[in-house]
Design a protein around this ligand. Structure first.
Ligand code: SF4
Ligand code: SF4
Length: 359
């Protein structure tokens, strides 16, 4: 992937420039409300991870999410997102809601309760990059958004680095193994439900990355997997999508209700319709809700972890249960303006609602 908005570091590793302060980066991340921040040195993705990913694709587990297969081996090389990338700052935003849609109404995955996290996350990571650069003459200024290379930030120059040190912001759609890098950055481990679990926070987090060509003075180490012999998430999955080894998107309600385009086959419709109550019409949180790491210490009150994207507000569509079958396109546009639910599009959401609610 070429990128005309970045400038390679001059010189060798680190460009002969002072190292960035990891503690300063983490302090800024905490100030901005990130639930976790870890820093990984970029090294080749380990062979077992790369081959497991390739096997997962070859077995068709990605269903028709062709973008998962679009970048080939580039997905294993952060340099494809930022040439000369040496450091990945992994960041997590907690989206655990403080209110839940009542159990007698159609359910939405927690992540969809608030505004579309992509914009929130990107804005915060850009702010982090700019805050760091304002504090240190050797930190990067300028750079861009890996999801939209044409919309890079104005390129300003670091006073001590006339070439400028580039960065990239990656949120979700860049070809990066974001959970792998989060684990490498020591902020959590990938659970059997295939989400990142952050100790003390859980798995209801959005991930994003700040990629740097610069190096830092201290890199974090991966933390071990603490799932042990637990398999509650596997037991909680109503469709058999989860196994010890893998997740089959073709059977996963998150895939079916969000990513799948067009009508359901009879088999897909049966998976969506036959789920237990309360039924999800957008996404699915069952495996994560079953995970003991999401059962927080009750003393962790909302104000302490209130730095979430959803701000603890109840979802604006609490009344959807009553209007869902007759939801018009205009109502949909109004209800879900700026929401991640737009990903399913009106047709997809109505297909889900009809599959779940029509007798
Ligand atoms: S999201 Fe739902 S359907 Fe998908 S693996 Fe988890 S429990 Fe199963
Ligand atoms: S439910 Fe148990 S096995 Fe599944 S991710 Fe959580 S700790 Fe790991």
């Amino acid at each position: 992937m070429t990128d005309s908005n970045t400038t390679p570091l001059p010189g060798g590793a680190g460009g002969g420039l002072p190292l960035l302060s990891s503690s300063l980066i983490k302090a800024e991340a905490a100030r901005l409300g990130f639930a976790a921040c870890g820093i990984a040195r970029v090294t080749p993705v380990d062979e077992s991870t790369a081959s497991a990913f390739n096997r997962w694709i070859a077995d068709g587990n990605h269903a028709d999410m062709d973008y998962m297969n679009r970048y080939g081996d580039a997905r294993f090389h952060p340099e494809s997102v930022l040439p000369g990338c040496r450091t990945i700052v992994s960041l997590a935003l907690d989206y655990t809601p403080t209110h839940r849609i009542p159990a007698n109404q159609p359910q939405f995955a927690f992540y969809a309760y608030g505004p579309d996290y992509h914009e929130t996350m990107k804005a915060k990571i850009r702010e982090l990059a700019e805050a760091i650069s304002g504090s240190s003459p050797c930190l990067p200024q300028g750079g861009g958004d890996s999801n939209n290379p044409d919309s890079s930030l104005p390129r300003e120059r670091c006073p001590q680095d006339k070439e400028g040190l580039p960065y990239r912001v990656a949120v979700d759609t860049a070809p990066l193994l974001e959970r792998y890098w989060a684990q490498q950055a020591g902020i959590g481990w990938i659970g059997r439900h295939h989400n990142l679990i952050i100790p003390g926070t859980g798995s209801f987090v959005n991930l994003g990355e700040l990629l740097l060509t610069a190096e830092v003075d201290h890199y974090d180490q991966p933390i071990p997997n603490h799932c042990g012999t637990c398999h509650r998430c596997i037991d909680a999955c109503p469709t058999g999508a989860l196994s010890e080894e893998s997740i089959d998107a073709r059977r996963c309600l998150s895939y079916l209700t969000i990513e799948h385009r067009g009508p359901f086959t009879p088999e897909q419709a049966a998976l969506v319709r036959n789920q237990p109550e309360p039924k999800y019409i957008y996404g699915c949180d069952r495996c994560q809700l079953a995970c003991p790491h999401n059962h927080r210490n009750p003393s962790l009150t909302p104000p302490q972890r209130g730095r979430t994207q959803s701000n603890g507000n109840p979802p604006p569509w609490e009344g959807l249960g009553e209007v869902s079958l007759s939801l018009t396109r205009d109502q949909y546009n109004e209800l879900f303006r700026g929401s991640a639910v737009k990903r399913a599009k009106y047709e997809g959401l109505m297909r889900n609602i009809e599959t779940v609610l029509k007798e």
